[in-house]
Design a binder for this molecule. Structure first.
Ligand code: ASP
Length: 356
């Protein structure tokens, strides 16, 4: 992995209104047709002004950092999250905001992970991408990039308008750890069912101030330890003991996101309850997340979830699977005593859950 850095000053001769670092990781947004117009290949983002000349109308100081090789986000790894976070940490004081260009497929996972890794964030970190490559005529890349930059540059009374890790896509600014990719063909690719949009971009960008995290005023604290020893177990009618057992007994496992039905319900069949309770007995943390996009886990509401509550499965409230699996990685990475780890899982760390 390498990094190529290019500074673009579109403000000169005026004083720049904002300085923004663009971190290009890959994905559809950065694709253009190759010389014989047959294949999509990654675009050299240092030439961004050729593709998005509208940027010249802003008085921004831009630095484009391209991570090489650019990746399809299906290949994103914990090491890539660490690289993004390191770039932000090293450049935090020099920039007003950060825009991360990323493939849409795993953007919600990356935005969730980065939100946990950056504690006390006071500046915007905005993930965006596109459904249609920047080199195509009907691309959504230009709009997404321009609006993401504008949001990253916006300040209210000297402070960043959105001191959060977010996803901007189509016309919505969403909290990163609340977002989910819901569309693979339409431009409106992301939704956040359990937390309102932080802003909507129409003729103006309307910020929903009550939905945005307040500034804490505390110094940025960066975390790099993410534990990879986690799994997602999605229940379905007909699931067999072999499948459940193979996941719950996989070597080194420390935490599982259990994707249940509705309000956190699971079959009451004894073999399942025994396997889950035996895993908890081996100190494996089990976080109950609903397969429904909207609503919340309420363990004990139905008999089919009461057993889970009684054996020590942790209720995930209204968290998304993307935010839950990365929260497990983050919390387990802290190497805390088991009771403290459980406590952190139940806590709202970065606005990822609504506590009632
Ligand atoms: N496969 C691509 C990616 O996630 C899709 C996209 O960027 O929209 O990298």
């Amino acid at each position: 992995m390498g990094v190529v850095k290019v500074h673009i000053d579109v403000a000169t001769p005026k004083h720049p209104e904002a300085s923004i670092m663009i971190i290009y990781t890959g994905g559809t947004i950065g694709m253009v047709l190759d010389e014989d117009s047959r294949h999509l290949v990654p675009f050299n983002f240092s030439q961004i002004l050729q593709k998005v000349p509208e940027l010249k109308q802003y008085q921004y100081m831009l630095t484009v950092v391209s991570i090489e090789p650019a990746i399809d986000s299906s290949n994103v790894s914990i090491a890539d999250w660490m690289m993004m976070v390191r770039l932000i940490e090293e450049n935090y004081d020099a920039y007003d905001g950060f825009v991360i260009l990323h493939g849409t497929d795993t953007m919600a996972y990356s935005a969730s992970a980065v939100s946990y890794m950056l504690e006390n964030l006071q500046k915007p970190v905005i993930f965006t991408g596109a459904q249609v490559p920047i080199g195509r005529v009907r691309t959504d890349a230009r709009e997404n990039l321009i609006t993401a930059l504008q949001i990253a540059a916006t300040k209210v009374e000297g402070e960043s308008a959105v001191p959060e890790v977010c996803i901007f896509f189509h016309n919505l600014l969403l909290r990163g750890n609340r977002a989910k990719k819901v569309e693979s063909t339409q431009f409106s690719a992301f939704k956040s069912e359990n937390h309102p949009a932080l802003a909507k971009a129409g003729i103006n960008i309307d910020y929903n101030c009550t939905a945005i995290m307040p500034h804490t005023g505390r110094p940025l604290k960066v975390h790099y330890d993410m534990d990879y020893r986690v799994a997602i177990l999605k229940l379905f009618p007909g699931i067999t003991p072999y499948v459940v057992k193979s996941i719950l007994t996989s070597p080194e496992l420390r935490g599982v996101v259990l994707e249940t039905y509705g309000a956190g319900n699971a079959p009451t069949t004894p073999w399942l309850l025994e396997l889950l309770s035996e895993a908890i007995g081996r100190d494996i943390l089990i976080l109950n997340v609903s397969q429904c996009d909207e609503g919340r886990v309420d363990q004990g509401h139905y008999e089919t979830s009461r057993y889970l509550l009684e054996m020590g499965v942790i209720g995930g409230a209204d968290i998304t699977t993307e935010a839950a699996i990365t929260k497990l990685m983050f919390v387990l990475g802290q190497q805390l005593p088991q009771s403290k780890t459980k406590e952190l899982l139940m806590k709202d760390l970065r606005g990822e859950i609504t506590l009632l």
